[in-house]
Every structure is written in structure tokens, then in C-alpha cells.
Design a protein around this ligand. Structure first.
Ligand code: UDP
Length: 338
């Protein structure tokens, strides 16, 4: 019998891509999602790509009784926990909602994992836990700086909870995956990112500008201490990221993990500037983007990129897709949305 994975937030951007890779690797999955920041059409997209029916339960993980019923009625082998509120700006306006949602969901899951004997979890973390790092590239040992946002702080607190839970109870087998900047979409353009309202993130803003939904892209600052003056990030293709989750689950189920709490950076190890991203987008899609340089955005880090040695060596995982594929697939997805 296939191992069964509970994917929380599986209708979301990274969750839906991971669901596809899990199914393609022979896992059975159940997706739970409250659809607060995603659409059920993502489930249809997953089904179309994989040709398989997906079990979907609309559920808010804060609802302990409903979640308990799900655990009582299913035998999960592992959980991948994506479900969370994730907008940096919004997290500064409604911090209590972010703390309650992102922390209570994890606590409910960990309690039920203990009660129902489901030891394994891969957790969706973020490079925001490092704050503004002093050294580059960022390794897993780079000290955490104070979080720049409430959102970032919830991820840091989530990691504290995982570490303490693992330390207190050797039954737990937990892996946190710290993503750098996930972008791009599935090559079929059946699933992708669905930002609500005006996007904050660079790539959705770029694709919406190219589609004529936004008039102009603002590039936030060209006076940073980087080669072309624009800020540098480690953009990683969402499909590469999705594959890393399958490897993390394989590792837990195969008992290949070396400690009962592990954490890994997931990036390409290569930094790209905003202008490089824009130029690549224009070149691979053969179009011109309307943009202007404006002031720096408050709270932005000058540059960050991952040291991925640990994930390369321990997980045997390496990002395979480059900026060209990221920009091509992001545009193909945007065109499908129009
Ligand atoms: N950025 C930009 N214009 C935008 C959105 C983002 O110039 O409309 C820049 C931003 O300043 C940062 C990079 O693009 O340097 C990536 O931003 P994003 O919000 O996607 O991710 P972050 O790394 O800030 O989480």
C-alpha cells in the first residue's frame, strides 16, 4: 500500500506543486486547506496534471475537533505542513491573526501527531528566519537576526516549537525546509501562484505588468552595494522546491534522518539582481517590460542567497532549473490566467 501523506495548504502555491510531485512519486495524498488564500481550482489542476483524483478536505487547522476527526479517520504516514498566512505587509497590520493562525495550526498538528502516532513532518519554513544576515552565503549555522516582520517571526517561533517538541519527545521526526525566493510555475501551466490583490512579490508583479494588469513595475532601489545596484535574491523554481519535499518525506519514512529535528536551506545558491530578473524575463519571453527605478522599499535586505551544501550532500537534492525556466513558466501561467 502506498504511504499516505497529509498535505496542509495543498491548494496553495508550493503545496499544489508538491502534491503533484508526491503523486508522481507514488504517494497517496490528502489535501487540507481552508481556501483562505487559495482556490479549489488548484485541486483540479493537480488532478489534470497527474490524471488522478485527489482527496481534498476543506478545513481550518485551528479547528482542533475537525482536525482530530481527520486524524481519527485516516492513517497518515507523514505530514507536510504548508498551511499558513504568508503576506509580510499584512502581518504587520494584523499581527495577532498571524500569531494565532501560524502558531495554533502547528500546535494542533503536533498534538494530534503525538496522539495518533504520526511522527513525521516536513515543515515549510523560510529564509526570513535569518533576518538581515551578516555573512553570505547563508548557511544553516548563520545566526538568526531579529525577524523583520511578524510573518518572519511566526516562522522563527514555529521552528522553536519544532525544536523543543523534538527535544522533549523522541517520537517526533521533523524536518524544517527554509525556502529562499520560490518563483515560476508547473510546466503545464495548470497550477501556479495566485496572488490576491496587488502583488507584493517581484515575479507576480512582473507578469501582471507584462499582461497589462499593472501599468508599471517599480524597481525598489538601484543604489545597493551590488554589481548593478539592485537588490539580490536567490530565486528558486517552485518545482525544484516541490521535489525537495518529496525527498524530505522519503528521508523520514526511510529513517535516514540523522536527528529527530533537522533543517535545510533550499535555494539555488546563486544570487540574481532585480534587473537580471527583469532582463531575463524580457529575453526569454521576447517582450518589453515597462519599469522605473524608485526608492528602496522599507525593510528590504540588500542581498541574500543560500549556501545549499547541506541539502546537496544530506538530501542529495540540487536545484536543476535556472532563471530562464522560472521566467518562462511564470509567464506561461500568467497568460493562462488572463
Ligand atoms: N521588488 C521590486 N519591485 C516589486 C517587488 C519586489 O523591485 O514590485 C524587489 C524587492 O525590493 C526585492 C526583490 O524584488 O529586492 C524580491 O522581492 P520579493 O518581495 O519578491 O521577495 P523578498 O525577498 O522581499 O521576500
Amino acid at each position: 500500500m502506498a504511504n499516505k501523506i497529509l498535505v496542509t495548504g495543498g491548494a496553495g502555491y508550493i503545496g499544489s506543486h508538491t502534491a503533484v510531485e508526491l503523486i508522481n512519486s507514488g504517494y497517496e495524498i490528502t489535501i487540507v486547506d481552508d481556501l483562505s488564500n487559495s482556490k479549489e481550482s488548484a485541486i483540479a489542476g493537480i488532478e489534470k496534471i497527474t490524471g488522478q483524483k485527489v482527496e481534498f478536505v476543506k478545513l481550518d487547522l485551528r479547528d482542533y475537533d475537525a482536525l482530530k476527526e481527520l486524524f481519527a479517520n485516516n492513517k497518515f504516514d507523514a505530514i507536510i505542513h504548508f498551511a499558513a498566512s504568508k503576506a509580510v505587509g499584512e502581518s504587520m497590520q494584523i499581527p495577532l491573526h498571524y500569531y494565532r493562525n501560524n502558531i495554533q495550526c502547528l500546535l494542533n498538528l503536533l498534538e494530534l501527531m503525538d496522539e495518533y502516532n504520526v511522527p513525521n513532518m516536513a515543515f515549510s519554513s523560510s529564509c526570513t528566519v535569518y533576518g538581515q544576515p551578516d555573512q553570505l552565503p547563508v548557511t544553516e549555522q548563520t545566526p538568526f537576526k531579529p525577524a523583520e516582520s511578524t510573518y518572519g517571526n511566526t516562522k522563527k517561533i514555529n521552528e522553536d516549537i519544532l525544536r523543543d517538541a523534538a527535544r522533549s519527545n523522541e517520537k517526533y521526526q521533523l524536518i524544517a525546509l527554509r525556502y529562499f525566493n520560490p518563483v515560476g510555475a508547473h510546466e503545464t501551466a495548470e497550477i501556479g501562484e495566485l496572488p490576491l490583490g496587488v502583488p507584493n512579490n517581484l515575479i507576480p508583479f512582473v507578469t501582471q505588468t507584462a499582461a497589462g494588469i499593472r501599468e508599471q513595475l517599480s524597481i525598489f532601489g538601484d543604489d545597493y552595494g551590488t554589481p548593478d545596484g539592485t537588490a539580490v535574491r536567490d530565486y528558486i523554481h517552485v518545482v525544484d522546491l516541490a521535489k525537495a519535499h518529496v525527498i524530505a518525506v522519503d528521508r523520514l519514512l526511510g529513517k535516514k534522518n540523522k536527528a529527530n529535528y533537522e533543517f535545510f536551506n533550499l535555494g539555488t545558491g546563486k544570487g540574481s539582481s532585480v534587473l537580471e530578473v527583469v532582463n531575463t524575463f524580457e529575453r526569454v519571453n521576447d517582450l518589453k517590460l515597462n519599469y522605473k527605478i524608485v526608492d528602496r522599499r522599507a525593510g528590504d535586505v540588500e542581498q541574500t542567497y543560500a549556501d545549499t551544501t547541506l541539502a546537496n550532500e544530506e538530501l542529495g537534492w540540487k536545484a536543476e532549473l535556472g532563471l530562464d525556466e522560472m521566467m518562462k513558466s511564470a509567464w506561461a501561467w500568467q497568460q493562462k490566467l488572463n
